[in-house]
Design a protein around this ligand. Sequence first.
Ligand code: GLV
Ligand code: MN
Ligand code: MN
Length: 421
Amino acid sequence: MNGASQSAETAQAARRIMARADALGAISETPGALTRTHLTEEHRRAAKLVAGWMHEAGLAVWTDAAGNVCGRIEGAGPELPALLLGSHIDTVPDAGRYDGPLGVLLAIEVAARAAPGVLPFALEVVAFGDEEGTRFGTALSGSRALAGSWDDAWWDCTDASGISLRTAFERFGLDPRRLPDAAREPKDLVAYLEAHIEQGPFLEQAGQPLAVVSSIAGARRFALTVTGRAGHAGGTPYELRRDALVGASELVVEIERIGQELDVIATVGRMHAYPGGVNVIPGRVELSLDLRAEFDADRDDAWGRIQEAADQITALRDLEWSAQETYRADAVQCADWLQQAVEEGIRAACGDDPLTLWSRAGHDAMAVAGVAEVGMLFVRCGNQGVSHSPDETVSTGDVALALDAFTAAVRAVAERYAARS
Ligand code: GLV
Ligand code: MN
Ligand code: MN
Protein backbone atom coordinates (compact mmCIF):
# COMPACT_ATOMS: atom_id res chain seq x y z
CA MET A 1 0.00 0.00 0.00
CA ASN A 2 1.33 3.43 -0.86
CA GLY A 3 0.09 4.68 2.50
CA ALA A 4 -0.38 8.38 2.74
CA SER A 5 1.23 9.58 5.95
CA GLN A 6 -0.67 8.59 9.06
CA SER A 7 -0.47 10.53 12.30
CA ALA A 8 0.23 9.27 15.79
CA GLU A 9 -3.20 10.70 16.67
CA THR A 10 -4.82 8.38 14.11
CA ALA A 11 -2.97 5.36 15.46
CA GLN A 12 -4.08 6.24 18.98
CA ALA A 13 -7.69 6.76 17.89
CA ALA A 14 -7.63 3.37 16.12
CA ARG A 15 -6.43 1.70 19.33
CA ARG A 16 -9.23 3.49 21.19
CA ILE A 17 -11.77 2.16 18.68
CA MET A 18 -10.47 -1.39 19.15
CA ALA A 19 -10.63 -1.04 22.96
CA ARG A 20 -14.17 0.33 22.74
CA ALA A 21 -15.23 -2.53 20.45
CA ASP A 22 -13.88 -4.90 23.12
CA ALA A 23 -15.80 -3.02 25.83
CA LEU A 24 -19.05 -3.26 23.84
CA GLY A 25 -18.26 -6.89 23.02
CA ALA A 26 -18.21 -7.67 26.74
CA ILE A 27 -21.85 -6.57 27.11
CA SER A 28 -23.79 -9.71 26.31
CA GLU A 29 -27.00 -11.50 27.23
CA THR A 30 -25.34 -14.89 26.88
CA PRO A 31 -22.34 -16.01 28.95
CA GLY A 32 -19.35 -16.97 26.82
CA ALA A 33 -20.84 -15.59 23.58
CA LEU A 34 -21.75 -12.11 22.34
CA THR A 35 -25.49 -11.63 21.90
CA ARG A 36 -26.95 -8.18 22.42
CA THR A 37 -30.45 -7.63 21.15
CA HIS A 38 -32.90 -4.79 20.90
CA LEU A 39 -34.30 -3.12 24.04
CA THR A 40 -32.63 -5.47 26.51
CA GLU A 41 -30.75 -4.47 29.64
CA GLU A 42 -27.56 -5.11 27.62
CA HIS A 43 -28.77 -2.76 24.89
CA ARG A 44 -29.30 -0.13 27.59
CA ARG A 45 -25.75 -0.61 28.94
CA ALA A 46 -24.20 -0.48 25.46
CA ALA A 47 -26.23 2.62 24.58
CA LYS A 48 -25.05 4.31 27.78
CA LEU A 49 -21.40 3.62 26.95
CA VAL A 50 -21.85 4.92 23.40
CA ALA A 51 -23.67 8.03 24.65
CA GLY A 52 -20.75 8.68 27.04
CA TRP A 53 -18.21 8.38 24.20
CA MET A 54 -20.28 10.74 22.04
CA HIS A 55 -20.39 13.20 24.90
CA GLU A 56 -16.59 12.96 25.35
CA ALA A 57 -16.22 13.65 21.64
CA GLY A 58 -18.06 16.94 22.11
CA LEU A 59 -21.44 15.95 20.70
CA ALA A 60 -24.82 16.99 22.09
CA VAL A 61 -26.38 13.60 22.85
CA TRP A 62 -29.95 12.31 23.02
CA THR A 63 -31.90 9.07 22.60
CA ASP A 64 -34.56 9.32 19.91
CA ALA A 65 -38.09 7.98 20.19
CA ALA A 66 -37.02 4.59 18.76
CA GLY A 67 -34.13 4.12 21.23
CA ASN A 68 -31.38 5.08 18.75
CA VAL A 69 -28.50 6.99 20.39
CA CYS A 70 -27.83 10.23 18.52
CA GLY A 71 -25.17 12.92 18.84
CA ARG A 72 -24.73 16.21 16.98
CA ILE A 73 -22.13 18.85 16.32
CA GLU A 74 -23.37 22.06 14.76
CA GLY A 75 -21.96 23.38 11.50
CA ALA A 76 -21.24 26.92 10.33
CA GLY A 77 -24.69 28.20 11.22
CA PRO A 78 -27.68 27.32 13.36
CA GLU A 79 -30.00 24.41 12.51
CA LEU A 80 -28.24 23.43 9.29
CA PRO A 81 -29.20 20.11 7.65
CA ALA A 82 -27.14 17.22 9.00
CA LEU A 83 -24.77 14.73 7.43
CA LEU A 84 -25.58 11.51 9.31
CA LEU A 85 -22.88 8.96 10.10
CA GLY A 86 -23.93 5.72 11.72
CA SER A 87 -24.37 2.00 12.09
CA HIS A 88 -25.87 -0.33 14.72
CA ILE A 89 -25.07 -1.65 18.19
CA ASP A 90 -27.33 -4.73 18.26
CA THR A 91 -25.96 -8.14 17.27
CA VAL A 92 -26.89 -11.55 15.94
CA PRO A 93 -26.64 -14.50 18.37
CA ASP A 94 -23.01 -15.47 19.05
CA ALA A 95 -21.76 -12.46 17.14
CA GLY A 96 -18.43 -10.86 16.41
CA ARG A 97 -17.45 -7.49 17.92
CA TYR A 98 -17.30 -5.36 14.78
CA ASP A 99 -20.50 -5.85 12.75
CA GLY A 100 -22.19 -2.56 13.55
CA PRO A 101 -20.10 -1.18 16.43
CA LEU A 102 -17.09 -0.49 14.18
CA GLY A 103 -19.16 1.94 12.08
CA VAL A 104 -20.51 3.69 15.17
CA LEU A 105 -17.06 3.97 16.78
CA LEU A 106 -15.44 5.28 13.58
CA ALA A 107 -18.24 7.85 13.26
CA ILE A 108 -17.67 9.06 16.83
CA GLU A 109 -13.93 9.56 16.12
CA VAL A 110 -14.69 11.39 12.86
CA ALA A 111 -17.07 13.67 14.76
CA ALA A 112 -14.45 14.19 17.49
CA ARG A 113 -12.12 15.57 14.81
CA ALA A 114 -14.71 18.02 13.47
CA ALA A 115 -14.45 21.47 15.00
CA PRO A 116 -17.90 22.88 15.78
CA GLY A 117 -19.08 25.73 13.56
CA VAL A 118 -16.87 24.86 10.60
CA LEU A 119 -18.58 22.36 8.32
CA PRO A 120 -21.30 23.57 5.91
CA PHE A 121 -23.69 21.17 7.65
CA ALA A 122 -24.23 19.72 11.10
CA LEU A 123 -22.64 16.33 11.73
CA GLU A 124 -24.72 13.69 13.49
CA VAL A 125 -23.77 10.23 14.67
CA VAL A 126 -26.49 7.59 15.09
CA ALA A 127 -26.11 4.25 16.88
CA PHE A 128 -29.13 2.29 15.66
CA GLY A 129 -30.62 -0.18 18.13
CA ASP A 130 -32.12 -2.82 15.86
CA GLU A 131 -30.48 -3.61 12.55
CA GLU A 132 -30.28 -7.39 12.82
CA GLY A 133 -33.85 -8.12 13.89
CA THR A 134 -32.56 -10.88 16.19
CA ARG A 135 -35.06 -10.38 19.00
CA PHE A 136 -38.34 -9.50 17.26
CA GLY A 137 -37.61 -10.44 13.63
CA THR A 138 -37.93 -6.75 12.72
CA ALA A 139 -34.66 -6.07 10.89
CA LEU A 140 -33.73 -2.40 10.35
CA SER A 141 -36.45 -1.15 12.68
CA GLY A 142 -34.20 1.51 14.27
CA SER A 143 -33.25 3.01 10.93
CA ARG A 144 -36.77 2.61 9.55
CA ALA A 145 -38.07 4.66 12.47
CA LEU A 146 -35.59 7.38 11.51
CA ALA A 147 -36.58 7.11 7.85
CA GLY A 148 -40.29 7.37 8.71
CA SER A 149 -41.04 3.91 7.27
CA TRP A 150 -41.92 2.17 10.55
CA ASP A 151 -44.51 -0.57 10.15
CA ASP A 152 -47.19 -0.52 12.89
CA ALA A 153 -47.62 -4.29 12.48
CA TRP A 154 -44.25 -4.62 14.28
CA TRP A 155 -45.75 -3.56 17.62
CA ASP A 156 -47.27 -7.02 18.03
CA CYS A 157 -44.11 -8.97 17.08
CA THR A 158 -42.96 -11.02 20.05
CA ASP A 159 -39.60 -12.31 21.23
CA ALA A 160 -38.86 -15.91 22.23
CA SER A 161 -40.42 -15.28 25.67
CA GLY A 162 -43.62 -13.84 24.21
CA ILE A 163 -42.80 -10.21 25.09
CA SER A 164 -44.17 -7.87 22.45
CA LEU A 165 -42.17 -5.07 20.89
CA ARG A 166 -44.68 -2.63 22.40
CA THR A 167 -44.08 -4.00 25.91
CA ALA A 168 -40.30 -4.00 25.39
CA PHE A 169 -40.47 -0.34 24.31
CA GLU A 170 -42.38 0.56 27.47
CA ARG A 171 -40.02 -1.42 29.73
CA PHE A 172 -37.06 0.34 28.09
CA GLY A 173 -38.67 3.67 29.03
CA LEU A 174 -39.80 4.56 25.52
CA ASP A 175 -43.33 5.65 24.64
CA PRO A 176 -44.69 3.81 21.57
CA ARG A 177 -47.03 6.76 20.88
CA ARG A 178 -43.96 8.99 20.40
CA LEU A 179 -42.34 6.69 17.78
CA PRO A 180 -43.18 9.04 14.87
CA ASP A 181 -40.97 11.68 16.54
CA ALA A 182 -37.91 9.61 15.50
CA ALA A 183 -38.66 10.24 11.80
CA ARG A 184 -36.41 12.73 10.05
CA GLU A 185 -37.36 15.00 7.16
CA PRO A 186 -35.37 14.85 3.90
CA LYS A 187 -34.90 18.63 4.05
CA ASP A 188 -33.02 18.25 7.35
CA LEU A 189 -30.53 15.72 5.96
CA VAL A 190 -27.55 16.17 3.65
CA ALA A 191 -26.86 12.45 3.27
CA TYR A 192 -25.99 9.32 5.28
CA LEU A 193 -22.57 7.65 5.35
CA GLU A 194 -21.91 4.28 6.97
CA ALA A 195 -18.62 2.50 7.52
CA HIS A 196 -18.91 -1.26 8.03
CA ILE A 197 -16.77 -4.36 7.94
CA GLU A 198 -17.03 -6.03 4.54
CA GLN A 199 -18.41 -9.34 5.88
CA GLY A 200 -16.90 -11.08 2.87
CA PRO A 201 -13.49 -12.14 1.53
CA PHE A 202 -12.97 -9.81 -1.44
CA LEU A 203 -10.82 -7.13 0.19
CA GLU A 204 -8.64 -9.76 1.85
CA GLN A 205 -8.25 -11.56 -1.48
CA ALA A 206 -7.33 -8.31 -3.23
CA GLY A 207 -4.85 -7.34 -0.49
CA GLN A 208 -6.64 -4.00 0.02
CA PRO A 209 -7.88 -2.53 3.29
CA LEU A 210 -10.87 -0.44 2.17
CA ALA A 211 -13.52 -0.37 -0.55
CA VAL A 212 -16.23 1.92 -1.87
CA VAL A 213 -19.70 0.36 -1.83
CA SER A 214 -21.71 0.74 -5.04
CA SER A 215 -25.02 -0.76 -3.90
CA ILE A 216 -26.61 -2.93 -1.25
CA ALA A 217 -28.22 -6.23 -2.19
CA GLY A 218 -32.00 -6.57 -2.23
CA ALA A 219 -33.23 -9.26 0.15
CA ARG A 220 -36.38 -11.27 0.76
CA ARG A 221 -36.98 -13.66 3.64
CA PHE A 222 -39.63 -16.34 3.91
CA ALA A 223 -40.92 -18.72 6.57
CA LEU A 224 -41.55 -22.00 4.73
CA THR A 225 -43.58 -24.92 6.04
CA VAL A 226 -43.51 -28.42 4.58
CA THR A 227 -46.31 -30.64 5.83
CA GLY A 228 -46.62 -34.42 5.63
CA ARG A 229 -47.90 -36.92 8.16
CA ALA A 230 -46.30 -37.96 11.44
CA GLY A 231 -46.15 -41.71 12.05
CA HIS A 232 -44.35 -44.56 13.74
CA ALA A 233 -40.69 -44.80 12.64
CA GLY A 234 -40.76 -48.57 12.92
CA GLY A 235 -44.23 -49.40 11.76
CA THR A 236 -44.62 -47.21 8.67
CA PRO A 237 -43.27 -48.75 5.43
CA TYR A 238 -41.49 -46.42 3.00
CA GLU A 239 -44.33 -46.43 0.50
CA LEU A 240 -46.72 -45.10 3.14
CA ARG A 241 -44.43 -42.43 4.54
CA ARG A 242 -45.11 -38.74 4.03
CA ASP A 243 -41.87 -37.57 5.65
CA ALA A 244 -41.79 -33.77 5.75
CA LEU A 245 -38.12 -33.63 6.75
CA VAL A 246 -36.87 -35.67 3.79
CA GLY A 247 -38.93 -33.45 1.45
CA ALA A 248 -37.66 -30.27 3.14
CA SER A 249 -34.08 -31.53 2.92
CA GLU A 250 -34.42 -32.12 -0.83
CA LEU A 251 -35.78 -28.61 -1.12
CA VAL A 252 -32.79 -27.17 0.78
CA VAL A 253 -30.36 -28.83 -1.64
CA GLU A 254 -32.40 -27.56 -4.61
CA ILE A 255 -32.46 -24.04 -3.14
CA GLU A 256 -28.66 -24.01 -3.07
CA ARG A 257 -28.49 -25.33 -6.64
CA ILE A 258 -30.90 -22.67 -7.94
CA GLY A 259 -29.00 -19.95 -6.07
CA GLN A 260 -25.71 -21.01 -7.64
CA GLU A 261 -27.23 -21.26 -11.11
CA LEU A 262 -28.79 -17.78 -10.97
CA ASP A 263 -25.96 -16.08 -9.04
CA VAL A 264 -28.35 -15.35 -6.19
CA ILE A 265 -27.39 -15.91 -2.56
CA ALA A 266 -29.89 -18.36 -1.07
CA THR A 267 -29.61 -19.56 2.53
CA VAL A 268 -31.71 -21.81 4.71
CA GLY A 269 -30.49 -20.80 8.16
CA ARG A 270 -33.01 -22.59 10.34
CA MET A 271 -34.95 -25.82 10.10
CA HIS A 272 -37.17 -27.35 12.80
CA ALA A 273 -38.80 -30.77 12.49
CA TYR A 274 -41.99 -31.60 14.40
CA PRO A 275 -42.96 -33.36 16.56
CA GLY A 276 -39.21 -33.99 16.96
CA GLY A 277 -39.18 -37.51 18.36
CA VAL A 278 -36.28 -39.82 17.42
CA ASN A 279 -38.78 -42.58 16.62
CA VAL A 280 -41.39 -40.41 14.88
CA ILE A 281 -41.53 -39.63 11.17
CA PRO A 282 -41.51 -35.79 10.97
CA GLY A 283 -44.99 -34.56 10.06
CA ARG A 284 -44.09 -30.90 9.68
CA VAL A 285 -40.94 -28.89 9.06
CA GLU A 286 -40.51 -25.16 9.37
CA LEU A 287 -37.56 -23.58 7.59
CA SER A 288 -36.31 -20.10 6.90
CA LEU A 289 -35.19 -18.83 3.52
CA ASP A 290 -33.02 -15.74 2.95
CA LEU A 291 -32.54 -14.60 -0.68
CA ARG A 292 -30.21 -11.81 -1.77
CA ALA A 293 -28.94 -10.49 -5.08
CA GLU A 294 -27.36 -7.42 -6.54
CA PHE A 295 -30.48 -6.93 -8.66
CA ASP A 296 -34.03 -7.42 -7.36
CA ALA A 297 -35.16 -9.08 -10.61
CA ASP A 298 -32.60 -11.91 -10.14
CA ARG A 299 -33.68 -12.40 -6.53
CA ASP A 300 -37.34 -12.58 -7.62
CA ASP A 301 -36.53 -15.02 -10.46
CA ALA A 302 -34.85 -17.29 -7.93
CA TRP A 303 -37.92 -17.18 -5.72
CA GLY A 304 -40.06 -18.18 -8.73
CA ARG A 305 -37.76 -21.16 -9.44
CA ILE A 306 -37.75 -22.19 -5.77
CA GLN A 307 -41.55 -22.20 -5.72
CA GLU A 308 -41.61 -24.48 -8.79
CA ALA A 309 -39.08 -26.78 -7.13
CA ALA A 310 -41.14 -26.88 -3.94
CA ASP A 311 -44.26 -27.78 -5.95
CA GLN A 312 -42.43 -30.63 -7.70
CA ILE A 313 -40.67 -32.06 -4.65
CA THR A 314 -43.76 -32.00 -2.46
CA ALA A 315 -45.99 -33.46 -5.21
CA LEU A 316 -43.65 -36.46 -5.62
CA ARG A 317 -43.72 -37.16 -1.87
CA ASP A 318 -47.40 -36.41 -1.26
CA LEU A 319 -46.50 -33.42 0.90
CA GLU A 320 -47.80 -29.86 1.03
CA TRP A 321 -45.93 -26.64 1.44
CA SER A 322 -46.64 -22.98 2.13
CA ALA A 323 -44.65 -19.78 2.47
CA GLN A 324 -45.02 -16.50 4.27
CA GLU A 325 -42.86 -13.54 3.36
CA THR A 326 -41.35 -12.10 6.55
CA TYR A 327 -39.02 -9.41 5.21
CA ARG A 328 -38.38 -7.57 1.99
CA ALA A 329 -35.87 -4.87 1.22
CA ASP A 330 -35.16 -3.83 -2.33
CA ALA A 331 -31.62 -3.17 -3.56
CA VAL A 332 -30.29 0.29 -2.81
CA GLN A 333 -27.87 2.23 -4.97
CA CYS A 334 -25.24 4.37 -3.26
CA ALA A 335 -25.39 7.92 -4.68
CA ASP A 336 -22.67 8.63 -7.27
CA TRP A 337 -21.45 11.81 -5.52
CA LEU A 338 -21.14 9.93 -2.22
CA GLN A 339 -19.30 7.06 -3.92
CA GLN A 340 -16.89 9.65 -5.33
CA ALA A 341 -16.45 11.23 -1.89
CA VAL A 342 -15.74 7.84 -0.28
CA GLU A 343 -13.32 7.01 -3.10
CA GLU A 344 -11.53 10.31 -2.58
CA GLY A 345 -11.37 9.57 1.16
CA ILE A 346 -9.82 6.15 0.58
CA ARG A 347 -7.31 7.55 -1.89
CA ALA A 348 -6.31 10.22 0.64
CA ALA A 349 -5.74 7.58 3.33
CA CYS A 350 -4.24 4.74 1.31
CA GLY A 351 -2.89 6.30 -1.84
CA ASP A 352 -4.31 3.59 -4.13
CA ASP A 353 -7.41 3.43 -6.31
CA PRO A 354 -9.89 1.51 -4.18
CA LEU A 355 -11.97 -1.50 -5.07
CA THR A 356 -15.67 -0.98 -5.59
CA LEU A 357 -17.88 -3.72 -4.12
CA TRP A 358 -21.61 -4.26 -3.84
CA SER A 359 -22.76 -5.27 -0.39
CA ARG A 360 -24.17 -8.76 0.02
CA ALA A 361 -25.15 -7.92 3.60
CA GLY A 362 -27.99 -5.65 4.64
CA HIS A 363 -27.26 -2.35 6.38
CA ASP A 364 -29.05 0.52 8.07
CA ALA A 365 -28.17 2.53 4.96
CA MET A 366 -30.89 0.57 3.11
CA ALA A 367 -33.56 2.00 5.39
CA VAL A 368 -32.07 5.49 5.58
CA ALA A 369 -32.09 5.56 1.76
CA GLY A 370 -35.84 6.20 2.07
CA VAL A 371 -35.11 9.66 3.43
CA ALA A 372 -31.56 10.60 2.30
CA GLU A 373 -28.93 9.63 -0.25
CA VAL A 374 -26.49 7.08 1.14
CA GLY A 375 -22.85 6.10 0.76
CA MET A 376 -20.79 3.34 2.37
CA LEU A 377 -17.18 2.47 3.10
CA PHE A 378 -16.09 -1.15 3.64
CA VAL A 379 -13.24 -2.21 5.92
CA ARG A 380 -11.40 -5.49 5.30
CA CYS A 381 -12.09 -8.29 7.75
CA GLY A 382 -9.74 -11.24 8.13
CA ASN A 383 -10.35 -15.01 8.31
CA GLN A 384 -11.77 -15.02 4.75
CA GLY A 385 -14.17 -12.26 5.72
CA VAL A 386 -16.08 -14.32 8.25
CA SER A 387 -18.82 -12.37 10.04
CA HIS A 388 -21.91 -13.12 12.15
CA SER A 389 -19.43 -15.23 14.08
CA PRO A 390 -17.07 -14.72 17.02
CA ASP A 391 -14.22 -15.26 14.53
CA GLU A 392 -14.95 -11.85 12.97
CA THR A 393 -11.77 -9.74 12.97
CA VAL A 394 -10.33 -6.45 11.77
CA SER A 395 -6.80 -5.13 12.24
CA THR A 396 -5.94 -1.95 14.13
CA GLY A 397 -3.95 -0.83 11.07
CA ASP A 398 -7.00 -1.12 8.82
CA VAL A 399 -9.13 0.70 11.37
CA ALA A 400 -6.60 3.56 11.35
CA LEU A 401 -6.80 3.74 7.54
CA ALA A 402 -10.60 3.59 7.72
CA LEU A 403 -10.65 6.48 10.20
CA ASP A 404 -8.51 8.69 7.98
CA ALA A 405 -10.50 7.67 4.89
CA PHE A 406 -13.86 8.28 6.59
CA THR A 407 -12.65 11.69 7.84
CA ALA A 408 -11.43 12.62 4.36
CA ALA A 409 -14.71 11.36 2.84
CA VAL A 410 -16.67 13.70 5.13
CA ARG A 411 -14.40 16.55 3.97
CA ALA A 412 -15.06 15.56 0.37
CA VAL A 413 -18.83 15.54 1.01
CA ALA A 414 -18.50 19.01 2.56
CA GLU A 415 -16.66 20.35 -0.52
CA ARG A 416 -19.22 18.87 -2.92
CA TYR A 417 -22.15 20.04 -0.78
CA ALA A 418 -20.76 23.59 -0.44
CA ALA A 419 -20.23 23.72 -4.21
CA ARG A 420 -23.84 22.64 -4.81
CA SER A 421 -25.53 24.95 -2.31
C1 GLV B 1 -27.48 -8.19 8.33
O1 GLV B 1 -26.40 -8.31 8.88
C2 GLV B 1 -27.79 -9.05 7.23
O2 GLV B 1 -27.31 -8.79 6.12
O3 GLV B 1 -28.46 -10.07 7.44
MN1 MN C 1 -25.08 -8.25 10.78
MN1 MN D 1 -24.21 -4.84 10.33
